[in-house]
Design a protein around this ligand. Structure first.
Ligand code: URP
Ligand code: ZN
Ligand code: ZN
Ligand code: ZN
Length: 483
């Protein structure tokens, strides 16, 4: 049984050209003109692109006293509906929990995934056991380790722990990730704001200004450079953080920045909405910023100083958000976006002329696949690649609305956005999972994708480590004190 996508324009990160694509089983087997197959998908007027990869999701994650509401079933279904065919989710061990035990818990959540998935492992505590287990995690095909510089008293690691973990990542050929916010300063500012009676959702934004993100990004970059390891900075939301990444890249360090679709398109005015629910539903870390920061993020995508667009999909219902009434620090942090990332980025990025269709593919799929060592199995339209594909209709329109979304939550932060550019078909490893009329996700179809540590990008470019490697200096004629 073969499927042919006919009469479309293939759009990859490098090229746009007219050709048909033939798929057998999970794999693209032929690209050429006038191909035939058992099943034909008409792509007239459409772009045939690699399916989106979301490098940053939190599905069914225990967090702030509750669980994020979308699980691997509804989350991957939402992704599919919007053209995303793979997610990379965060496995979060509790402090003192074995990494391998946490991984087992995450494996157990994925039975109903309809798209392929992988994991990042979070380093939430440090010790001999974590040091040892990191090698086992890498052997399991998980080659990226996340460090929270915020969430003091919960997920946060201190600088000595983070530095030790960065060095271990360097030795294992793994890639460290950071959530860059100065957790000590956020905690101090939160306490002060609450003491002064600022307990509404806007207090969340006041407690974590761009400076706390810029400081942490700079710190992580310097420590990664000392450890001789590249660095991936998640949810870059502001110029201060972007500036640090630009500077590092200019000096020759491999530092990658990931803005979110939310920060690119939603701004801080959301927190000043008089409706408490409206503001609280948008509480996430880092918070939304002003237009100047948004412009910086768009410029970074255009210039290549920022590499990937993610969602950080971590969805909570209104009822869950309401646990923070009277204390913004108790509002579960996170927003959704899995279904909307591609249509919103296409509309705000490509239709506005900020990004070319090829750049769109790069930042939603191919760059991510390359950095996370999934390429060209994922992120490519190429013979031999997985048939994770989206047939993108640049003229199709809709108005985003919670009433028609796949996510299980009761609102959508993009409510009312009019998007032009939507999938006509989405294929998950060859399986037609979305048509114009229907989401035909198959729970259980998704598989874990193991990654190898042997990724060339996981070598640091900076030579700092070699230059300062400790060496003893022999000295003669040392003055004797007290003479
Ligand atoms: O507010 C957010 N971003 N929630 C999810 C956890 C994280 O920090 O990425
Ligand atoms: Zn984070
Ligand atoms: Zn996150
Ligand atoms: Zn299947």
């Amino acid at each position: 049984m073969s499927t042919v996508i006919r009469n479309g324009t293939i759009v990859t990160a490098d090229l746009s050209y007219e050709a048909d694509v033939r798929i057998e089983g999970d794999i693209i087997v032929e690209i050429g003109k006038n191909l035939s197959g058992d099943e034909v998908l008409d792509a007239t007027g459409c772009y045939v692109m690699p399916g989106g990869i979301d490098p940053h999701t939190h599905l069914e994650m225990p967090f702030m006293g509750t669980y994020s509401a979308d699980d691997f079933e509804s989350g991957t279904r939402a992704g599919l509906a919007g053209g995303t065919t793979m997610v990379v989710d965060f496995c979060l061990p509790n402090p003192d929990q074995s990494l391998m035990e946490a991984l087992q818990m995450w494996d157990n959540k994925t039975g109903k995934a309809s798209t392929d998935y992988s994991f990042h492992m979070a380093i939430t505590w440090w010790g001999e056991q974590v040091f040892e287990e990191m090698a086992q995690v890498v052997d399991r095909g998980i080659t990226s380790f996340k460090h929270f510089m915020a969430y003091k008293g919960a997920l946060m690691v201190n600088d000595d722990e983070m530095f030790a973990s960065f060095q271990r990542c360097a030795a294992l050929g793994a890639l460290p990730l950071v959530h860059a916010e100065n957790g000590d300063v956020v905690a101090a500012m939160t306490e002060k704001l609450l003491a002064e009676g600022n307990n509404g959702p806007e207090g969340h934004a006041f407690s974590r200004p761009p400076e706390v993100e810029g400081e942490a990004t700079n710190r992580a970059i310097m420590l990664a450079d000392m450890a001789g390891v590249p660095l991936y900075v998640v949810h870059v939301s502001c110029e201060q953080s972007h500036e640090a990444i630009r500077r590092a890249r200019q000096k020759g360090m491999r530092v990658y920045g990931e803005p979110l679709i939310q920060h690119l398109t939603l701004d801080e005015s959301e927190y000043f909405n008089p409706d408490w629910d409206h503001a609280a539903r948008r509480v996430m870390s880092p918070p939304f910023r002003n237009k100047a920061h948004q412009d910086s993020l768009w410029a970074g995508l255009q210039a290549g100083s920022l590499s990937c667009v993610a969602t950080d999909h971590c969805a909570f219902t209104t009822a869950q958000k309401r646990t923070g009434i009277g204390n913004f620090a108790k509002i579960p942090n996170g927003t959704g976006g899995l279904e909307d990332r591609l249509p919103v980025l296409w509309t705000a990025g490509v239709n506005s002329g900020r990004l070319t269709p090829n750049e769109f593919v790069a930042v939603t799929s191919t760059n991510i696949a390359k950095i996370l060592n999934l390429y060209p199995k994922k992120g490519a339209v190429m013979v031999g690649a997985d048939a994770d594909l989206v047939v993108w209709d640049p003229k199709r329109k809709k108005t985003i609305s919670a009433g028609s979304q796949q996510s299980v939550i009761d609102y959508n932060v993009f409510e009312g956005f009019e998007v032009t550019g939507l999938p006509r078909f989405v294929l998950s490893r060859g399986r037609v999972s979305v048509t114009e009329n229907e989401v035909r996700a198959e729970p259980g179809h998704g598989r874990f994708v193991a990654r190898e540590a042997k990724n060339p990008v996981n070598r640091a470019l900076s030579q700092w480590k070699e230059i300062v490697a400790p060496r003893k200096v022999e000295r003669s004629g040392i003055p004797v004190s007290g003479v």
